[in-house]
Design a protein around this ligand. Structure first.
Ligand code: SF4
Length: 367
């Protein structure tokens, strides 16, 4: 039959130059990629590679590792070689580690000009080394570490201050003929962050890496990141994203992927359509939705599963989904592609949905 039309998006991507972070394309010709950062000491090579493997399995495209000491820099060659996904070395303070990371074969190096003393004098050498090794750069401006001169001029980390710092550093790399970089201008306040990225997007064709920095614990950080990224991505701004949470990095990947999937910027996988429940509910919808979500976690096929508390909207939503249940009177009507295939007692709803999901996944795998 006809190939399905791509799902609608809210805005076309902003046109950017194209760069590579290792094997991953970054820029408007490439899908938006999701990043996280390891929390293991980089010197613990096995633990770091183990965490990178977990991140890769959860859908991480690019991983960043901290490099605060010479021992960390020494660990980079093996990590860069053995990681399944491109590795970015995160460098503050010590320019010598920038060169070490480039020579170690890292796909990219994140530099924070505000934290590297006399950074501007070293851009030429950094640009040359990066070019020689095919390494890309992220200019990572951060509200918490603005250059003193700019901080003095603006009084605090305003959008203008963040953008001025970023544009200045970008111009230095470009003066030296180096163009393979992306930029971030992170702030912990989503309103300032969004304003900064909007302003930056107007001033050049750089790919942009989105992040709300120090966004907080999982609940607050998820919401801050989703609202800020949503505002920007819905206008086509953003080429890589990192959700910063005070939580295990795999959680950051799940949130990042969910943000992109919600905006049709990444193919949807498992989607649970569950009702909020109300006075009509005849089953415990919260528990049911949680159990179904947990039972289906990790499903790789696009599957919409409806979990509905009663028969008012239940059958309607359940019919629209690939798979669903509409509950009532201690029973659940199980729908597959709009047809009631069976009615089971409440205690068997979860296992039946999981069974049917596995069966659909198998059929799709064979198709
Ligand atoms: Fe309430 Fe039924 Fe709607 Fe759920 S599906 S919110 S229980 S009316």
């Amino acid at each position: 039959g006809m190939p399905a039309a791509p799902p609608p998006v809210l805005a076309p991507r902003r046109k950017t130059r194209q760069i590579k972070v290792g094997s991953v394309g970054v820029g408007s010709d490439s899908p938006i990629s999701v990043q996280s950062m390891t929390t293991t000491p980089t010197t613990d090579i096995n633990a770091t590679l183990q965490q990178i493997a977990e991140l890769t399995a959860s859908g991480c495209d690019i991983v960043r590792v901290a490099c605060p000491s010479a021992d960390d820099a020494d660990a980079l060659p093996i990590i860069a070689r053995k990681s399944q996904i491109p590795v970015i070395a995160d460098i503050h303070f010590q320019p010598k580690y920038v060169f070490a990371a480039i020579e170690a074969g890292c796909a990219a190096v994140r530099v924070n000009p505000g934290n590297i003393r006399k950074f501007d004098d070293q851009v030429k050498e950094i640009a040359r080394a990066a070019k020689d090794h095919g390494t890309s750069i992220r200019i990572g401006v951060n509200a918490g570490s603005l250059e003193p001169g700019i901080l003095k001029k603006y009084g605090k980390a305003t959008p203008e201050a963040l953008v001025e710092s970023a544009v200045w550093e970008a111009s230095l790399f470009e003066e030296h003929g180096f163009h393979d970089f992306k930029i971030s201008v992170k702030h912990n306040d989503p309103v300032i962050m969004v304003a900064a990225y909007e302003m930056l997007a107007e001033q050049g064709d750089w790919p942009l890496h989105l992040g709300v920095t120090e966004a907080g614990p999982a609940f607050q950080g998820t919401i801050k990141s989703a609202t800020a990224f949503g505002a920007l991505l819905s206008r086509g701004i953003g080429d890589t994203i990192r959700v910063s949470l005070s939580a295990p990095p795999v959680e950051e990947i799940k949130v990042g992927n969910q943000i992109l999937q919600s905006l049709n910027l990444r193919p949807r996988k498992l989607e649970i359509v569950s009702c909020p429940s109300c006075g009509r509910a005849q089953v415990d919808v919260y528990t049911l939705a949680e159990q179904v979500t947990a039972g289906l976690e990790g499903m790789e096929i696009p599957l919409r599963v409806a979990v509905m508390g009663c028969v008012v909207n239940g059958p309607g939503e359940a019919r629209e989904a690939d798979l669903g249940v509409a509950s009532g009177n201690g029973k659940g009507q199980i729908f597959v592609k709009g047809e009631v295939i069976k009615t089971v007692p409440e205690s068997q709803i979860v296992e039946t949905l999981i069974e049917e999901a596995m069966r659909i996944a198998e059929e799709m795998g064979e198709a």
